[in-house]
Design a protein around this ligand. Structure first.
Ligand code: APR
Length: 172
């Protein structure tokens, strides 16, 4: 039985301040920045982040997938931009897309030899994903992705007490 669940921590905080190998951005398919945590990350990283996104990923990133860039002025060394699904009632494969954001971000972290990764509550803001459902899907995908990657530790950094409670419950 792997100790994957014990390598996940749910904390209250500001993702842009995390001193980890990579923070995961809740981006959109254009990878051109936006509001929410995407906006906070671009503000903290400085203009070099947007420039790198445009340069390296002119076509953006499809929902459910992720792309890596440098961390620029952030404390984190890298940013892994994941594009979560917009919640449309649950019948359009949203759970699968949300899970694959976490699965793909962990795969990129492993390929890049990273050891510490911090996630936001992807799709739980502007994209309207119900929080308890998102927490269940996200934690399950993290546990599964960490099972075969004993070298990686993950944090979920929640911006509200409400979301911290929901994610901590899902982690059990
Ligand atoms: N640190 C951690 N979490 C944060 C921060 C922060 N600094 N700022 C916001 N959040 C939280 C939100 O409160 C929410 O719980 O991140 C979670 C994700 O919400 P959004 O940032 O709105 O992301 P999402 O719901 O995935 O929508 C993505 O919003 O900002 C645009 O460009 C982005 O189009 C994309 C869409």
């Amino acid at each position: 039985m792997s100790n994957a669940r014990s390598r996940i921590e749910c904390v209250r905080g500001d993702l842009t301040l995390e001193r980890v190998d990579a923070i995961v951005n809740a981006a959109n398919e254009g990878l051109r920045g936006g509001g929410g945590v995407d906006g906070a990350i671009h503000r903290a990283a400085g203009p070099g982040l947007l420039a790198e996104c445009i340069e390296r990923y002119p076509g953006g990133c499809p929902t459910g997938e992720a792309r890596i860039t440098g961390g620029h002025d952030l404390a984190a060394r890298y940013v892994i931009h994941a594009v979560g699904p917009v919640w449309r009632g649950g019948g359009e494969g949203e759970a699968l897309m949300l899970a694959s954001c976490f699965t793909n971000a962990l795969a990129i972290a492993a390929e890049s030899g990273l050891r510490t990764v911090a996630f936001p509550a992807i799709s739980c803001g502007v994209y309207g994903y119900p929080h308890d459902e998102a927490a269940r899907v996200s934690i399950a995908a993290l546990v599964e992705g960490l099972e075969s990657r004993p070298e990686i530790e993950a944090r979920v950094v929640l911006f509200s007490e409400e979301l911290l409670g929901v994610f901590a419950d899902a982690l059990g």
